[in-house]
Structure formats: structure tokens, C-alpha cells
Design a protein around this ligand. Structure first.
Ligand code: FES
Ligand code: FES
Length: 159
């Protein structure tokens, strides 16, 4: 009996129809089937947050989802942020605050923050730390990441 499952998923505004092995992780589907390698995979067990994408607008860890669970949903990956070669405002904030070193964690922080920015809520630096606590970074010590996110959220709110 085949374990292949047909799915239809919208990724960064494009509808994809595919037949996937029922046990394929969503992160692997994005990376290996759709070749969207901006979604990084670290721990594969929900700890590092590097695989974070948006599912219907909510930040989720794509290593904890199976590809068939994406069926009928809308996914946004880090590839959705830049406009061609132009960085978006959040990416510029990371660049300007020197908020990355090796960059392996960066997609996770960018997508987590993209979801945060959409609710328009004011957050303290401590609250930002708490919101970002699901993504790990081995390089930066987090200070500059929190600064980048703080600045971006302030600017997004026009304050
Ligand atoms: S790879 Fe998904 S949380 Fe680490
Ligand atoms: S910049 Fe290297 S893991 Fe965060």
C-alpha cells in the first residue's frame, strides 16, 4: 500500500500540488521538494526554532509538522521577505544592528518576528526576549537580535 498523500499548499503566495510520503516532515518538504532552503533545520525536535515558518500567519516549527498537515494551508517562509535583491525592513533592522553572525538561526528569528509585528502590540525588551525564546542562537549572545527586533517593532508601530 502506498504511503503517498496528495497535498495542496500555498507557499509564499504560490499554490503547490504534490504527492508526499506521509512521514515527510514539513521542513523537509519545503527544503527538498520545493527547494526553499531558507528554512533551516537544526535539532529536528522542536528545540532550536531554526525551522520556524508561518502557518496561516502563526509562527510554527516546521520540523514538528508532517507535510500532509500543510494541506489546505498557507505557509510563509523566509524567502517571502525580500523583494528580489532588496531586503525588507526587518531584514534591514537585523543588518543594521549586526544581529547575525553565521546566520543559521536568522530565518527562525525573522519569521518569529514577522508574526509578532503583525499584531501591532507594544512589547518591552523583556517581552521580546520571551517571545524570541523559542529560537536559539549559538553565536550572537542575543543582545543585537533583541535590539533589531525592538527597533523594527517600534518602527512598524510608527513610534
Ligand atoms: S529544527 Fe525545528 S525546532 Fe530545531
Ligand atoms: S548567528 Fe549563528 S546561530 Fe545565530
Amino acid at each position: 500500500m502506498s504511503d503517498e498523500v496528495p497535498i495542496t499548499v500555498t507557499v509564499n503566495g504560490t499554490v503547490h500540488r504534490a504527492s508526499v510520503d506521509a512521514r515527510t516532515h514539513a521542513a523537509d518538504f519545503l527544503r527538498h521538494t520545493l527547494h526553499m532552503t531558507g528554512t533551516h533545520v537544526g535539532c529536528e525536535q522542536g528545540v532550536c526554532g531554526m525551522c520556524t515558518v508561518l502557518l496561516d500567519g502563526d509562527a510554527v516549527k516546521s520540523c514538528l509538522l508532517l507535510a500532509p498537515q500543510l494541506d489546505g494551508h498557507e505557509i510563509e517562509t523566509v524567502e517571502s521577505l525580500a523583494d528580489g535583491d532588496g531586503l525588507n525592513a526587518l531584514q534591514e533592522a537585523f543588518r543594521d544592528a549586526h544581529a547575525l553572525q553565521c546566520g543559521f538561526c536568522t530565518p527562525g528569528f525573522l519569521m518569529t518576528t514577522t508574526a509578532l509585528a503583525r499584531d501591532g502590540r507594544r512589547r518591552s525588551r523583556e517581552e521580546i526576549r520571551e517571545e524570541l525564546s523559542g529560537v536559539l542562537c549559538r553565536c550572537t549572545g542575543y543582545e543585537n537580535i533583541v535590539t533589531a527586533v525592538e527597533r523594527h517593532l517600534s518602527e512598524a508601530r510608527g513610534v
